[in-house]
Design a protein around this ligand. Structure first.
Ligand code: UD1
Length: 417
């Protein structure tokens, strides 16, 4: 258990180097289970979720090291087709190891994955995809087994699940014939996975909003540099907006953070792009933005909803945020209210009446992005705040305390385990 102590009230000012994207590197590490050869991944973030993926790769029989943002992966010797409950259940994206194992070895056993507590988070679409590809599914003592030789299929997803699209995409690389995924996730991180799989010998095309995947004989791991984390960048941008600051975000392009830029401009911020990244200059106090709904890409990302809600809690006027992707992504609301925010939940809508300033206090992080929202709120509130369960934040933000100190915030981790 970790606690962060924040002394808030300073404007965030300076430069932040944006790390490699958690949501891009995790499915790529998952896909390694299906690969031969050796990969060097550059721009790999040092975050807890990557450490969990490393544990899984080693458990499966592979080798991996991570030093100064460079991961060396040797998946060649992977031979175990079963993902253990621990560490598998620590992180939902452990499920993306399944597609590669099923494809390469014809069998995978796994436990329903965990991760942040955001409602039910079923895996029916993953299972539906594996079944459509010809795998037989069985369940014993909560362990699910998928086995069989895979054949290409047409798979229409009822919801464009990010993880299910990625898992089916990886498995389909090993299927005989062609697979089409209709209504897939079109998140940039899913396209990044497609790009990487193609570099490794895959044959995947995006065509009119569907993925067409031709089966290949094998995938061979190759060197790659992971894209920058648009959610980390968006979190810092919202932090700048909340504190009236100015930040240069290095290593990200404006089009990668387009939806958050649109919102921040509506809130009155000035946003420019230069050769090295994106620069945000906030106004003294942001304006309310009316109504916004989260959704699959290109809609506003659910992973920035808590941080946006925190920002709007100090904006002048009334805003409404509607969360449509996760049913329980609302646990930060009660924590923001502890700091004085005026937010009401009405049937999936958060109605936010901006107050002039939050007060400091002791709050709890209930999940990764909710924790990031509380961190930004604490930085905006004058005085000392304590963030309990701050370890959630380390799942997705690299060197977060140092990055905050480098831009004028005061943040200490007291109890890092
Ligand atoms: C990924 C991201 C996460 C982000 C989320 C939505 C990674 C590692 N994580 O998570 O940061 O918040 O996308 O953008 O990339 N669902 C089903 N059945 C399924 C699968 C999903 O009903 O089989 C539902 C989920 O319960 C949820 C919604 O679909 O309500 C979105 O889930 P999904 O897109 O699968 O998210 P993840 O891949 O878990």
């Amino acid at each position: 258990m970790a606690e962060m102590i924040i002394k808030g009230g300073n404007r965030l000012f300076g430069e932040v180097n944006i790390s490699g994207a958690k949501n891009a590197v995790l499915p790529i590490l998952g896909a390694m289970a299906g690969m031969r050869g050796r990969a060097v991944l550059y721009n790999c973030p040092h975050i807890t979720d990557v450490y969990v993926s490393m544990e899984i790769i080693r458990f499966l029989g592979g080798e991996i090291s991570l030093k100064e943002g460079v991961a060396e992966v040797l998946p060649e010797n992977i031979h175990i087709c079963s993902i253990p409950e621990d560490p598998g259940s620590k992180m939902r994206s452990s499920i993306t190891f399944c597609g590669g194992l099923l494809g390469r070895f014809g069998k995978v056993s796994f436990y329903p994955p965990g991760g942040c507590v955001l409602g039910k988070r079923p895996i029916d679409l993953h299972i539906k995809g594996f079944k459509a590809l010809g795998a037989e599914i069985s369940e014993e003592n909560n362990m699910i087994t998928a086995k069989g030789e895979l054949k290409g299929a047409e798979i229409a997803l009822g919801f464009p699940s990010v993880g299910a699209t990625q898992n089916i995409m990886i498995a389909a690389c090993f299927a005989q014939g062609t697979t089409v995924i209709e209504n897939p996730s079109l998140e940039p991180e899913t396209e990044e996975l497609m790009k990487y799989l193609n570099i490794c010998g895959g044959d995947i095309k995006k065509d009119e909003g569907r993925f067409i995947i031709k089966g290949v004989s094998e995938l061979r791991a190759k060197p790659y540099s992971i894209m920058s984390d648009r959610i980390e960048a968006g979190t810092f941008m919202l932090g700048a907006a909340m504190t009236g600051g100015k930040l240069s975000l290095r290593g990200i392009r404006r089009d990668e953070v387009g939806s958050v830029c649109d919102i921040l401009m509506r809130a009155g911020c000035d946003i420019k792009e230069d050769r090295e990244g994106v620069v945000i200059k906030a106004v003294e106090r942001p304006r309310a933005i009316g109504e916004i709904t989260t959704g699959p890409y290109p809609a506003f990302p659910t992973d920035l909803q808590p941080q946006l809600t925190a920002m709007l809690s100090v904006a002048a006027g009334k805003s409404v945020v509607r969360e449509t992707v996760f049913e329980n992504r609302d646990r930060h609301i009660g924590e923001l209210i502890k700091l004085g925010a005026d937010i009401k939940e009405e049937g999936g809508y958060f109605v936010i009446n901006g107050i002039k300033a939050l007060r400091s206090g002791c709050v709890v992080c209930h999940d990764l992005r909710g924790g990031a929202a509380m961190l930004m709120a604490a930085l905006a509130a004058k005085g000392e705040s304590r963030l309990k369960n701050a370890e959630y934040i380390f799942r997705g933000y690299e060197n977060i305390d140092k990055k905050i100190r480098d831009i004028g915030g005061i943040a200490e981790i007291t109890d890092k385990d």
